[in-house]
Design a binder for this molecule. Structure first.
Ligand SMILES: Nc1ncnc2c1ncn2[C@@H]1O[C@H](COP(=O)(O)OP(=O)(O)O)[C@@H](O)[C@H]1O
Ligand SMILES: [Mg+2]
Length: 415
C-alpha cells in the first residue's frame, strides 16, 4: 500500500473563473483509494511560461490546456513533457495536427456520417503573393465559383476550413453575395458547405474524456442565453446518436476536451463543427451546465492520474475504416460498432466503475461548494469582469438563479 500525490497543471489564457472553481474542487477532493488499497491525493497549480531546459523534469502528472492552440512556447513545452516525461495531456498538441474542421469532415464522411456537401476552394489571396502568383499561374486550374456553388446548392455557408468563433462565416443566398464573400475571404482558406435548412435543434455537445453533455443551443441569442436549460429536447434515439457522434469523433482523433455541433432536422443528425480544441467552459457561457463541466474535468483528471491511464496521441484509423468500408452494415450498425471502439478507447466501463466506487463523495462535496459563498464570489467577479457596469445586477441575478436551479436539481437527484 502506497500513497501518491498527483499534481494537475493548468495552462491558461485570460480566464480566471473555471480555474478558481476547479482549484477549489481539487483541493476539496481529499484522499482517494484505488481498488488495490493505494491512496491518491491531488493538487493543482497554474503553469507559468518561462525558459526550460529540455532535460528538466516537470512535477505534473496531467495538464489541462486552454492555451497552446494559440501560443507556441507553451505548445512546445507540452510536446516536451508528453514526449519525455509521460505527462498526460487534455488536449495534446500532437492531436492539434487535425484540429481543424477539414480533417474532421473527411474522417466523418468516410465513417458515413451525414456531413452536408462540402467543397474546399483555393485561396483568394494567399499569404506569399509573389511565389503564389507564379505557382498559381502554372498549376491552379481556373475554376468557376458559380459552378461550385451550384454543385453545393443555395443557401450555403462559406467558412474557414479551420475556423472558430464564427470568424469569417457567412450564409450565402445568391451569386452576388457569393462573389463578395469570396473576394473578402482574402487570405483565409474557405469551405463552401450546403446549409442545413429549417433544422429543429442545434445540439452542442461538450465532451470531457468519457463523458458528453448535449445542450440545446441557439446561435442567434446573445452569449448569456445561447444554451437553454432544457432536458429531453431530443428523442432518446436521436439523443443517443448525437452523443455517439461526439464520442466517435473524439476517440478517432484522441481529443479528450472538445465541443461538437450537430444540426438535427427531423430524424437526421448533421455534424457541422467538430474540432474545437480548448473549448469554452466559462461560467457565463455554460451557466447551468457549468458544474457538470467542472465535475467531469475533475473526475477525468482523477481517473487518468490515479489509474495511470496511458495517453494515446497517434490516430489509428484502421479499426474505424474496417467498419466504415463494409457494405453489409447499416448506418445504425456502423454507429454501434464505432461506439464500441470509442468505449474501448475511453475505457468507459472502468471509468464508470472508478467514479461510482472511488469518487462517490464528490457529488455532495461539489453541490456544497456550488452553494457556498466561495463560489458566489467567483460568480460575481466573473460577471462583473464580463459585462458592462449597468448590467451587473441583472446578470449577477441571472447567473445566480441558473446555478441555484442546478443545485436544487442536484440535491433532488442525490436525495
Ligand atoms: N451547414 C450549415 N448549415 C446550417 N448552419 C450552419 C452550417 N454551417 C455553419 N452554420 C452556422 O454558422 C455557425 C458557425 O459555423 P461553424 O462551422 O460552427 O464555425 P465556427 O467554427 O466558427 O463556430 C454555426 O454555429 C451555425 O449557426
Ligand atoms: Mg461552431
Amino acid at each position: 500500500m502506497t500513497d501518491s500525490r498527483h499534481l494537475i497543471g493548468l495552462l491558461l489564457g485570460t480566464e480566471n473563473d473555471w480555474p478558481s472553481v476547479f482549484e477549489h474542487l481539487v483541493r476539496r477532493t481529499g484522499r482517494v483509494e484505488d481498488g488495490a488499497g493505494n491512496g491518491h491525493t491531488f493538487d493543482v497549480e497554474r503553469i507559468t511560461v518561462e525558459p526550460f531546459d529540455l532535460r528538466y523534469e516537470p512535477s505534473y502528472d496531467l495538464v489541462i490546456d486552454r492555451l497552446a492552440y494559440w501560443y507556441y512556447h507553451p505548445r512546445e513545452w507540452l510536446k516536451k513533457v508528453a514526449l519525455m516525461d509521460d505527462v498526460y495531456l487534455l488536449n495534446s498538441p500532437f492531436t492539434f495536427q487535425a484540429m481543424e474542421k477539414h480533417a474532421a469532415y473527411c474522417a466523418m464522411i468516410r465513417l458515413g456520417l451525414k456531413v452536408p456537401t462540402t467543397v474546399l476552394v483555393p485561396y483568394k489571396n494567399p499569404l506569399d503573393h509573389a511565389k503564389y502568383a507564379f505557382t498559381a499561374e502554372r498549376y491552379n486550374r481556373p475554376f468557376d465559383l458559380d459552378e461550385v456553388a451550384a454543385h453545393v446548392g443555395y443557401p450555403l455557408f462559406m467558412k474557414p476550413y479551420d475556423g472558430g468563433a464564427w470568424v469569417g462565416v457567412s450564409r450565402i443566398k445568391d451569386a452576388e453575395s457569393l462573389h463578395r464573400a469570396y473576394d473578402e475571404s482574402g487570405e483565409m482558406l474557405m469551405h463552401l458547405q450546403a446549409s442545413v435548412e429549417g433544422y429543429d435543434v442545434f445540439a452542442r455537445s461538450l465532451s470531457i474524456g468519457a463523458e458528453t453533455m448535449v445542450m440545446n443551443f441557439d446561435p442567434d441569442q446573445p452569449m448569456h442565453a445561447r444554451y437553454s436549460v432544457s432536458h429531453d429536447f431530443l428523442s432518446p434515439e436521436v439523443g443517443a446518436e448525437v452523443v455517439s457522434i461526439g464520442r466517435i469523433v473524439n476517440a478517432f482523433f484522441r481529443w479528450e476536451f472538445n465541443s461538437c455541433e450537430t444540426l438535427v432536422a427531423g430524424r437526421e443528425v448533421h455534424p457541422i463543427d467538430y474540432a474545437n480544441a480548448c473549448p469554452d467552459v466559462a461560467i457565463t457561457s455554460l451557466h447551468y451546465y457549468f458544474p457538470w463541466a467542472m465535475k467531469a474535468l475533475l473526475r477525468w483528471s482523477l481517473f487518468c492520474t490515479a489509474t495511470g491511464r496511458k495517453p494515446v496521441s497517434h490516430v489509428d484509423p484502421t479499426p474505424w475504416f474496417a467498419i466504415a468500408d463494409r457494405a453489409d452494415l447499416s448506418y445504425a450498425e456502423k454507429l454501434a460498432a464505432y461506439d464500441a471502439i470509442a468505449d474501448q478507447h475511453f475505457d468507459t466501463e472502468r471509468y464508470r466503475d472508478f467514479c461510482a466506487s472511488r469518487l462517490g463523495h464528490l457529488d455532495e462535496m461539489a453541490v456544497d461548494y456550488f452553494e457556498s459563498a466561495d463560489f458566489d464570489r467567483v460568480l460575481v467577479e466573473t460577471v462583473t469582469s464580463t459585462f458592462p457596469t449597468h448590467e451587473h445586477d441583472q446578470f449577477v441575478a441571472h447567473y445566480r438563479g441558473l446555478l441555484a436551479s442546478w443545485c436544487r436539481d442536484e440535491r433532488g437527484r442525490l436525495a
